[in-house]
Design a binder for this molecule. Structure first.
Ligand code: UD1
Ligand code: CA
Length: 453
């Protein structure tokens, strides 16, 4: 089956009250249009045309590398008019699948069902709603065959009681749409060219319509306002949380996790409350994440424990590491197995070797730290001279005394010891002790000053 997907994304989204085009607003960290494109790509080898209008340049830019084609609808004259803009992109013998950039949670499996139903003529996706207000109603005859879609604004009271509504999503032979769409009329309550009128046209030509009923209303729900966006965000997060638990992940509260991208977990992973996973995150077997952590684009290998309130971004963490509480691993951090990064420690572009410890109150940036190194509380790598960044290299087994400043570029040899409070500006060779601080003087018989009367 040749499938040409058309995604409508030209509308203004007035009720979002935003400068950002509506379809670029995210759900689960991904722009709504991106989700729809991904659902379509899940169908396999399809061509995708996105109809853009309001904010066209921004939408084009954002999806320039996504392999979709764009056509511009300069005036929004209705959904039928919008699909008609894509007719030049229809391929010979293709089935056209119409999707919406603001219906972000549609699933590939549902689209497959719809496409299957469209083999002999148009198929539309409907859903039954408790409150169908505002939607186009599906009108069926006594044999339950679809007769037409009537928009709310064109409906009489009897039709308004129908609770089966049009999701807008439909599949139909491209040659029929290419013939019918240019012949639509806009003689209706909104003065628009309705895509939905192809249903009545099909019936009038004795081509039967197949209705496929979606079972999850969220899957076909559109976003017109921030409140609806938030509602779908919660629905998606609940789904993701359920999928994680089904896969064997412990969530201390499934209502308090946010996944804005892809989270993959090994066996027996446990995640405490209020954690956010952004971008691509993978957690190995038995990883434990404490409360209030933010993890973005990172990999944590098996057995690693992240304590409360830690932030990890663009980092690679080995097995059985301990991170936090209150640690911040910035981009370019790599921890070897068994490394420890403790409270109020910030790392950036830092490789920390096997079993090395940076337990308290430190900044380790642009650094290479060997194996079995102990970095005392309050140690700072002074990596920036106000113009350039420089590197600190610390050899295996070195011991850095508390409150040391390592002024980069500088190298500390393997097994070297740095006395507490040192400011190190020159290389220290292997196994040497370096002490670089004012010598202690004790003054006996010292009299404290007294208050002048
Ligand atoms: C449409 C359907 C209605 C259905 C509802 C589901 C029609 C005539 N009606 O109504 O039966 O119940 O969706 O949500 O199709 N768009 C364009 N260009 C246009 C007009 C619209 O790109 O000229 C895009 C919009 O950006 C939007 C989508 O098409 O993403 C739907 O348009 P909208 O005006 O919201 O349709 P509804 O009136 O909601
Ligand atoms: Ca409308």
């Amino acid at each position: 089956m040749t499938i040409d997907v058309v995604i409508l994304a030209a509308g203004k989204g007035t009720r979002m009250r935003s400068d950002l085009p509506k379809v670029l607003h995210p759900i689960g960290g991904v722009p709504m249009l991106g989700r729809v494109i991904n659902a379509a790509k899940g169908l396999g080898d399809v061509s995708i045309t996105v109809v853009i209008g309001h904010g066209a340049e921004l939408v084009r830019e954002r999806f320039a590398d996504s392999g979709v084609q764009f056509v511009e609808q300069t005036e929004q004259l209705g959904t039928g008019h919008a699909v008609a803009q894509a007719i030049p992109n229809f391929r010979e013998g293709a089935t056209v699948l119409v999707l919406y950039g603001d219906v972000p949670l549609v699933k590939t499996a549902t689209l497959q069902d719809l496409l299957q139903a469209s083999e002999n003529g148009p198929a539309l996706l409907s859903v039954v709603m408790d409150d169908p207000k505002g939607y186009g109603r599906i009108v069926r005859d006594s044999l339950n065959a679809v007769q037409a879609i009537v928009e709310e604004k064109d409906a009489d009271n009897a039709i308004r009681t129908i609770r089966e509504i049009n999701t807008g999503i439909l599949a139909a032979p491209g040659n029929l749409l290419a013939q019918w769409l240019p012949e639509l009329s806009n003689d209706n309550a909104q003065g628009e060219y309705y895509l939905t009128d192809v249903i009545a046209r099909s019936v009038s030509e004795n081509i039967a319509i197949t209705g496929v009923i979606a079972d999850d209303p969220f899957e076909v729900a559109g976003v017109n306002s921030r409140a609806q966006q938030a509602e779908l965000e919660r629905a998606l997060q609940a789904d993701t949380a359920n999928a994680l638990m089904t896969a064997g992940v412990t969530l201390l509260d499934p209502a308090r996790i946010d996944v804005r991208g892809n989270l993959t977990c090994g066996a027996d992973v446990s995640i405490d409350i209020n954690c956010i996973f952004d971008g691509e995150v993978s957690l190995g077997d038995n990883v434990q994440i404490g409360p209030n952590c933010l993890l973005k684009n990172c990999q944590l290998a098996a057995g690693t424990v992240v304590e409360a309130n830690s932030i990890i971004e663009d980092a690679i963490v080995g097995e059985t590491c301990t991170i936090g509480p209150f640690a911040r691993l910035r981009p370019g951090t790599e921890l070897a197995n068994g490394a420890k990064v403790g409270n109020f420690v910030e790392t950036k572009k830092a490789r920390i070797g096997l079993g090395s410890k940076v337990n308290h109150l430190s900044y380790i940036g642009d650094a290479e730290v060997g194996e079995g190194v102990n970095i005392g509380a309050g140690t700072i790598t002074c990596n920036y001279d106000g113009v350039n960044k420089s590197k600190t290299v610390i050899g295996d087994g070195a011991f850095i005394g508390s409150n040391s400043a390592l002024v980069a570029p500088v190298e500390i040899g393997a097994g070297a010891t740095i006395g507490a409070g040192s400011t190190i500006t020159h290389e220290v060779s292997a196994d040497e002790l370096a002490v670089a601080r004012g010598k202690q003087r004790n003054i006996s018989g010292w009299q404290r000053p007294t208050k002048k009367s």
